[in-house]
Structure formats: C-alpha cells, structure tokens
Design a protein around this ligand. Structure first.
Ligand SMILES: Cc1cc2nc3c(=O)[nH]c(=O)nc-3n(C[C@H](O)[C@H](O)[C@H](O)COP(=O)(O)OP(=O)(O)OC[C@H]3O[C@@H](n4cnc5c(N)ncnc54)[C@H](O)[C@@H]3O)c2cc1C
Length: 428
C-alpha cells in the first residue's frame, strides 16, 4: 500500500500540515493499516474547508471508488465510500433520478457526505443526507466491519452521520434518490435592499422547495439577493434526460495574498447585485446546484495563506437578531466576506445528534486570512454561543472548542481523531 508524507490541507488551504497519507486499495490493506497505526482519520476528497480531514495519519478513501448497484426502478444506489457525487450524476440523471440532498459541490465522496451529514438548499423539506441513507458498512479500529442502518447497529448509524469520521471508516453505503423528469429548474430571484427585505423574501416564498440567499457583508443595511427554485416537470417524462457538464475554467496558480480584499469584494458585490435582478428564469442542474464547480481550484484566489469559512446555525427564535449582530460585527471589524450563503433549516430527526442544522437559519461566510480575523472569529463565536447556535465542524478551522466539538471518547473509538482546534487564535 502506498503511504507518502505530504504537506496537506482542506479546501480552504488552512491549516496546512505535514501528514502520512495512506492509500489502501482494498479492505484487507485498510484493516492491516488500522492494525499497525495509532490514531488516524479518514479523508474523502478533502473538500471540507478546515481541519476535519486532517491528522498526522490520514487514510485516503479515493481507492474505494466502485458503484456497486444502481436500482433504476426503486431509485437506490449502492456504492463504495470514495465514489464522488460527480461519478454518480452521469448515471442517474439520464435515468430520471437526482439526489434528495446535495451540497453546493459535486466533487465530494459519499463517505464525506455521511460523515458531515451534508445539507442542501432544501433542508426544510428534505433534511440532511442521512434522511435518505438506508445503510452503510463501517470498519472499526480493530478491522471489524459492521453494517449500520436504522434497525441494525442503529446507535452507531446515528453517531456516524455527522460524526466527522470519528466512529470508524465508512466503506460503502446505500441511499435513496428522488425522481426528476427534467434537467431544468424554474428559478426566482428577489433583490432585497436590506436584511429585513431579504428575510421577508424567504417568508413570502416559503413554498419553493429550494432557497438560498446572498448577503452583502459590506453593505450597512445588509442588502442581499434570495434565489428560489423548483424542479420543472417535463412534457416528455419517458425520454432519457441529457446530463451535460460545461467544461470548467481553472485557476492554475495561487493568486497573490490580498487579491480578495475589501475593495475587490466591494466591486464583486456591486456586480453580483446588479447581475441578479428580480425575476424568473430557467436554470439547469449544474448552474443551479453547482455554480462554483464551473471554476476549478477557485480556492487559490485566496492566495497561499488560505481562508476560513465560518458557517453557523442559529435556532429560529434567536436567528434574526443574531444574524444582524454577526453582520454588524463583521463591519465593525472591517473584515470582508467574499462569499456568503444564507439558508433556512427545518426540523431534524431527534436521533441525528451530530447533524449540523437545527431548526432556524445558517450563514456561511468566507474570509481571507488576515491579521484581524482571529479577533472577529472570537466575536462571532460569542454571538453564536449567546444565541445557543452551532458551528459547522466540516467548515471549521479555528472556532472555540466548546462550540459543537465532538468528544471522541463518546464513540469508544479514540483511534479516530482530528487536529485540535484553536491554532489561529493562539497565533499558530
Ligand atoms: C464549494 C463547496 C460547497 C459546499 N457546500 C456545502 C453545502 O451546501 N452543504 C454542506 O453540508 N456542505 C457543503 N460543503 C462541504 C462538503 O460537502 C463537506 O465538507 C463534505 O464532507 C466533503 O466531502 P469530502 O469527500 O471532500 O470529505 P473530506 O473533506 O475529505 O472529509 C470530511 C469529513 O468526512 C470524514 N470522512 C470522509 N470520508 C470518510 C469515510 N470513508 N469514512 C469516515 N469518515 C470519512 C473525514 O474524516 C472528515 O471528517 C461544501 C464544500 C465546498 C468546497
């Protein structure tokens, strides 16, 4: 089995560590590796932003990349954990199926989707990835393989969904798909001059299954844009659907650090707001669900210093005031979030103890790593804590440890672990 020492990071290129990365090709190699290695963590495709998939010993699961079964009648997929959503789409879309839940990127593995229990723009109606998960196989530290579902090893099933890889290594999974009869969606855009209008747009358009908002983190009134969408019904539902992926652009080099600064962000926000005028239009699956995938390696725009994505979720009763306080704090600290995504969340099953969303609202904010960022993160942590909110661990790199960290001891599998938090706060 190949094991190499590499400088590695998550999607945000911070933190960056030197790690021994093992690349097992089959279960025997993986079991052997676990037997001989101390603490380690599984790595999918490394698209979590912060330190979720980082540890001195990392196990890449990209060697487990077989689709084992696609039941076209029932709409079920059985595949190995290293299969990407992007591997599955060309198979299922022409047959009239899509994911119930997809994050805003398709280059993630099924193992990563389960371990983060990812959500999409339709959480109030579809929940998280675990809502549609039937079962998975999990290799524990001693090499034993357990099948986990709602009826078999149910405790371990729920601890693993959103458990950030700390219960063991997911080998394969079976999950449900949803029917579609068109590759198009109807999309409605609502411009909002301030945060109150943005909030109102969500309330008034609550019947759309998909919803996400953009907030201008630099505008004093927190203006924004809300995008709503629904799948179109096709006139010819029995025809195979055409799944096309436009050739992506690539950012070949790291940009100079500082390219994304308050001025360039202000210019970007101006054009983004101008481009997104209120109205309705047709969108396709790619442009609606995966707009960022049209530019490969866009994370390099933040330069070698990398960036931090801060995503938090506040419960319904505290959300409006908490979000305003967060947006005001960003302006007061003179930080400029380049990307922002606002989402509304619904109930989650009580067993899904580690799933990130709670009934309420989440906001994701991408900040270039600057000297002033640690102080802002501390301030945002305080607001999230005071609002009884949560941090999304799959994005996190530097929040206070008390905000939603998982205690590995709770799993009785202390072999699997991630880096300790708090590096930039302590200046490391
Ligand atoms: C542009 C972009 C948009 C995104 N949008 C969203 C979004 O809308 N909603 C959302 O929820 N997330 C979103 N994400 C986050 C992303 O979906 C998650 O971080 C996902 O877990 C990444 O999967 P991965 O395969 O790259 O896993 P990695 O980043 O490699 O690992 C993520 C976690 O999963 C664990 N893990 C991976 N494979 C296994 C395995 N086989 N067994 C056990 N544990 C494993 C790792 O240990 C780690 O804790 C986005 C990320 C990007 C870059």
């Amino acid at each position: 089995m190949n094991i190499s020492t590499e400088k590695t990071a998550g999607w945000a290129n911070y933190p960056r560590i030197v790690a021994a990365v093992a690349r097992p090709e089959n279960r025997d190699e993986l079991a052997d590796y676990l037997h001989h290695t101390g603490q380690c963590i599984a790595r999918g495709n490394g698209k979590s932003y912060g330190d979720a998939s980082l540890a001195p010993n990392m196990v890449s699961m990209l060697g487990f990349r077989k689709i084992l079964e696609f039941d076209r009648e029932k709409g079920e997929i059985d595949c190995e954990a290293g299969v990407l959503l992007a591997d599955i789409l060309p198979l299922i879309v022409p047959a009239g199926w899509f994911f119930y839940v997809t994050p805003g990127i398709k280059a993630i593995t099924i193992g990563g989707a389960i371990a983060s229990d990812v959500h999409g723009k339709n959480h109030p109606v579809a929940g998280c990835f675990s809502n549609w998960l039937i079962s998975f196989e999990l290799m524990r530290a001693d090499g034993e393989v357990l099948t986990c579902s709602r009826s078999e090893n149910a405790g371990l099933f729920w601890q693993t969904c959103g458990g950030m890889g700390w219960t063991g290594i997911i080998l394969s999974a079976r999950f449900r798909l949803r029917r579609i009869s068109s590759v198009h969606l109807r999309q409605k855009t609502v411009e909002a001059g301030d945060f109150e209008a943005l909030w109102r747009a969500f309330e008034e358009n609550g019947h759309w299954p998909y919803a996400a908002g953009w907030v201008d983190g630099l505008s004093p009134r927190h203006r924004g844009v809300a995008l709503f969408a629904e799948h179109l019904e096709s006139d010819a539902p029995d025809m195979p659907l055409r799944y096309e992926v436009p050739t992506p652009k690539n950012i070949p080099f790291y940009a100079p650090s500082g390219l994304l600064n308050p001025l360039s962000t202000r210019i970007h926000n101006y054009f983004y707001h101008r481009k997104n005028k209120s109205g309705e239009r047709l969108a396709d699956l790619e442009s609606y669900f995966y707009p960022l995938d049209r530019t490969l390696n866009w994370n390099r725009l933040y330069g070698r210093r990398g960036f931090v994505q801060y995503q938090f979720c506040l419960p319904e009763n505290a959300a409006y005031d908490g979000l305003i306080r967060v947006l005001d704090a960003i302006r007061a600290h003179r930080q400029a979030p380049f990307l922002t995504v606002l989402k509304k969340h619904g109930e989650r099953p009580p067993e899904a103890v580690h799933s990130f969303p709670v009934k309420g609202w989440s906001l994701a904010l991408d900040f270039p790593r600057t000297g002033g960022l640690p102080a802002l993160v501390r301030r945002l942590d305080d607001i999230v804590r005071a609002s009884a909110g949560k941090i999304y661990l799959t994005k996190d790199a530097c929040s206070a440890p008390d905000l939603g960290r998982i205690d590995p001891a709770a799993f009785g599998e202390e072999k699997f672990w991630s880096l300790l938090k708090g590096r930039i706060l302590s200046g490391g």
